[in-house]
Design a protein around this ligand. Structure first.
Ligand code: MRU
Length: 349
């Protein structure tokens, strides 16, 4: 197992590692049409809010490359189409909108010949920025851990997947864990397996293995057992959308974990770049939760596990109430007193 690049843009093609096949296979798929990029996001070849955003950004480069009719309206149509691939992770719309803003300027100024190169450079710079921002977030979170626990070797917990597969070189929540490990302060990590797609059991466990971090995979049903028995000192999760009052959408099960953490007094942090904030939405009630295919629940590793007559309900995300959070970490700081004013002041100073 090795630290692979989950997304590579080369020769006008977007190459993605097929995250559905990790850890058993390293299989790469290439896309050079907007439809292909859309399906890669929708069918979970690529997942995790930041990487979905970057994939869509390169989808816009593909749109420029393959445009038959070169107008802003046509590019906007392609951008709107890309945005429909998955509804909850706001990074998708955020990156497409940044690309469209840039296209509008370049087209207005008549710089059409160079538009593809300009967009490419912008997309690369956005990925580079996230790497820098992730390090900053890790430092903010680690400072808080130090204040709370001093030099104690910590047992940390996470859910879903927020490492290099979801973000590029360094992760958000998993970036914090990796940074704390590098500082010599991690004893053990618990990775919740994350039914039904097993992002924790397959992807986070893969990343922790690559980084040499001692870990155990647990089932979601073990949340209470772990926290009641004081096996965990702090929990870090990522986010798909954080709204103005701090309510946070993340992988389904996050809110359950936060409620159990509050009950047992375990610090619970969400870690996400400012591109994951949606300040146009006031509370978590405004967030659209993606419903995914029933088969993801009714089957496991391609085999039916439930009676043929059974139906399934498969919400992909849930919303954690901001009152359950110990802090929200973004590259601009750690928000501990979570109010709409403080969220806005931090994200858009
Ligand atoms: O359905 P997924 O795998 O795209 O869900 C991903 C998550 O919920 C992640 O925790 C979130 O996107 C943050 S990734 C840094």
């Amino acid at each position: 197992m090795r630290k692979v690049e989950p997304l590579v843009w080369k020769d006008n093609k977007l190459t993605l590692i097929d995250q559905r096949r990790i850890p058993h296979e390293e299989n790469f798929l290439s896309f050079d049409t907007v439809e292909g990029v859309h399906s890669a996001i929708k069918d979970m070849v690529v997942r995790g809010a930041p990487l979905i955003g970057f994939t869509a950004l390169f989808g816009m480069v593909v749109a420029v490359n393959t445009a038959k009719e070169f107008t802003f309206e046509e590019l906007q149509k392609q951008g709107d189409y890309l945005k429909t691939a998955r509804p909850t992770a706001v990074n998708l719309a955020y990156e497409v909108d940044r690309a469209l803003e840039l296209c509008a300027i370049e087209i207005k100024e008549g710089r059409i010949e160079t538009l593809k190169n300009t967009l490419e450079k912008f997309a690369m710079a956005q990925m580079e920025k996230l790497h820098h921002d992730n390090l900053q977030m890790a430092k903010f979170a680690f400072e808080d851990l130090k204040e709370r626990y001093g030099d104690k070797k910590l047992n940390l917990m996470t859910l879903c997947n927020t490492g290099f597969l979801a973000c590029g070189p360094m992760g958000t929540a998993l970036g914090v864990i990796e940074y704390a490990f590098q500082q010599g302060q991690v004893n053990h990590v618990y990775a919740s397996e994350t039914r039904p797609y097993l992002q924790g059991g397959r992807l986070t466990a893969y990343e922790l293995t690559v980084s040499g971090i001692p870990h155990s995979v647990t089932v979601e049903g073990a949340f209470s057992y772990l926290l009641k028995n004081k096996l965990v000192d702090a929990i870090f999760i990522g986010a798909d959308r954080i709204v103005e009052n701090g309510d946070t959408a993340n992988k389904v099960g996050s809110s359950t974990l936060a409620i159990v953490a509050k009950h047992y007094g375990v610090p619970f942090y969400t870690v996400a770049p400012t591109s994951t904030f949606d300040l146009n939405s006031k509370t978590g009630d405004d967030i659209e939760i993606e419903m995914r295919p029933e088969e993801e629940v009714l089957e496991a590793v391609g085999k039916r596990i439930c009676p043929m007559e059974s139906r399934a309900l498969n919400p992909s995300f849930d919303v954690t109430d901001h009152r359950l959070l110990t802090g929200i970490v973004c590259e601009k700081g750690l928000i501990k007193d979570i109010t709409p004013e403080n969220v806005v002041k931090t994200v858009r100073p």
